[in-house]
Ligand binder design. Structure first.
Ligand code: UD1
Ligand code: CA
Length: 454
């Protein structure tokens, strides 16, 4: 029988240590707000609903929480009176009645569904409270988990701990699962009789025991329980998240010569046998199919790259770039909102925006789609097998027919029919001997100036 579960996600009461104009929990990790990571982990631990306790930026925080597709209610904590007080801001949600209540901090984005599921499993095995702990050699600042006979006896906050308790290295990660039937009575019994005069969530362990119940600690890795308080920690978490994601990709068949220089996003999809060379940045919304190669120093965002394509080095694919199989976008090219057809080549120094490039077409070096007139964007259509000579400007809206040819250096302002050759440049004339004459005239001019002291 599946147990129902509410996740209470604490996103209020943050300090000012991020020095940010927006809520800490909105800062991204892998280009996804940290609170969304946390709620996705909850979703994967089969949580049914989320109650998010907010402080500042309530609307944006609630929207980021809703991204994972679970029903979300939001609750405002006016004063920061402690973690138990924060959970009680969601009293009405808890009162709806769930088998399990998970309390999660929104600033621990690396938490895994496995840790949350394990805590829930302890409830179904009979515990009233299951706390997620971790071992560390540097326990300063954390609450210590005091165990006896396999049970969790108490959590002692660092500030309130005795010397012998301070020596304990098993710490409270802050996240816990509480029996839904008992959650409110336990939380309502918490007092603020401690150094900080706060209502500590951690006190419910001893309260549950006094009432004849029992609590346990489950262990997770220290890494997944790291909380973010400053931008230094944000960068550390980003680095951990990136190495997790790269490892996942490499184990699934992606080659990276210098993985530490490749940056991925939360939704990056890369199929097997893709090679990613060093110094590649992949923003949100990128999918790269089997066997493609992304050469060094490329930047991709909102783009799809089909099987066998080659991108870069030094290429930029912007949103809406769609490279069909076997096509190539080479060095110093930018592609935006454009389909590059099968086997087509955009190899050097080109800008292709708001366009379709037909299969097998070849764009010479320096081809530019002039898509913007300063007010509106216009479309360029290039037919299959068309050949665009180097340094051509295609002034949109414009269409180049199948198998057509555009002479190098053309400024193309009229549609080119299929199989036609377009010359959009001044006709060249050669004047015999004129170069020598010109050079002589210039030399004489130079001499005259020198003589007159100019
Ligand atoms: C808490 C735990 C501690 C644990 C540590 C792990 C308690 C009393 N202590 O300590 O045992 O080792 O986390 O990181 O729970 N919050 C609110 N409203 C409040 C207070 C806090 O929303 O009134 C939120 C904070 O934004 C934060 C989380 O709750 O996300 C934890 O609060 P914080 O003050 O950082 O607790 P710690 O002292 O770190
Ligand atoms: Ca903290």
């Amino acid at each position: 029988m599946a147990r129902t579960c509410l996740a209470v996600v604490l996103a209020a009461g943050e300090s000012t240590r991020m020095k940010s104009s927006k809520s800490k929990v909105l800062h991204p990790v892998g280009n996804l707000p940290m609170i969304t990571h946390v709620i996705r982990a909850a979703r994967d631990a089969e949580v049914d609903a989320v109650a998010v306790v907010v402080g500042r930026d309530a609307d944006a925080v609630t929207a980021a929480a809703a991204d994972a597709g679970l029903p979300v209610s939001s609750w405002f904590q006016k004063e920061r009176l402690g973690t138990a007080h924060a959970v009680l801001a969601a009293r009405d949600a808890i009162a709806e009645g769930y088998d399990d209540v998970l309390v999660i901090f929104a600033d621990t984005p690396l938490v895994t569904p496995a840790a949350l599921s394990q805590a829930r499993q302890s409830l179904s095995d009979g515990a009233d409270v299951a706390v997620i702990g971790f071992h560390t050699q540097t326990p300063d600042g954390y609450g210590r988990l005091i165990e006896g006979d396999g049970d969790l006896l108490a959590i002692r906050e660092h500030r309130d701990a005795s010397t012998s308790e301070l020596a304990i290295t098993f710490c409270n990660g802050g996240l816990m699962a509480v029996s839904g039937a008992k959650a409110l009575e336990l939380l309502d019994s918490v007092q603020n009789d401690n150094v900080k005069k706060e209502y500590y969530l951690t006190d419910i362990v001893e309260i549950a025991r006094k009432r004849g119940g029992h609590a346990v600690a489950v262990e997770a890795s220290a890494e997944e329980l790291i909380g973010i308080n400053t931008r230094v920690e944000l960068a550390q978490i980003e680095a951990l998240w990136q190495s997790r994601k790269r490892r996942e990709m490499m184990l699934a068949g992606v080659s990276m010569q210098a993985p530490e220089t490749v940056f991925l996003s939360h939704d990056t999809v890369i199929e097997a046998d893709v090679t990613i060379e060093p110094n590649v940045i992949i923003g949100p919304g990128v999918i790269i199919r089997e066997g493609a190669t992304i050469h060094a120093f490329s930047h991709l965002e909102g783009a799809s790259v089909d099987a066998g394509c080659s991108v870069g080095p030094f290429a930029r694919l912007r949103p809406g770039a769609e490279l069909q199989s076997g096509s190539k976008v080479g060095n110093f090219c930018e592609v935006k909102n454009a389909v590059i057809g099968q086997g087509a080549k955009v190899n050097h120094l080109s800008y292709v925006g708001d366009a379709r490039v037909g299969a097998r077409a070849n764009l010479g070096a320096g081809t530019i789609t002039c898509n913007y007139d300063g007010v509106n964007k216009h479309h360029t259509d290039i037919g299959e097998g068309a050949f665009i000579g180097s340094n051509s400007s295609l002034v949109a809206p414009i269409s180049i027919g199948d198998e057509a040819y555009v002479a190098s250096g053309s400024v193309v302002t009229k549609d080119v029919p299929a199989e036609a050759l377009a010359f959009g440049r001044a006709t060249q004339t050669n004047k015999d001997g004129l170069a020598t004459m010109l050079r002589r005239r210039s030399m004489e001019e130079k001499k005259r100036r020198q003589n007159s002291g100019q």
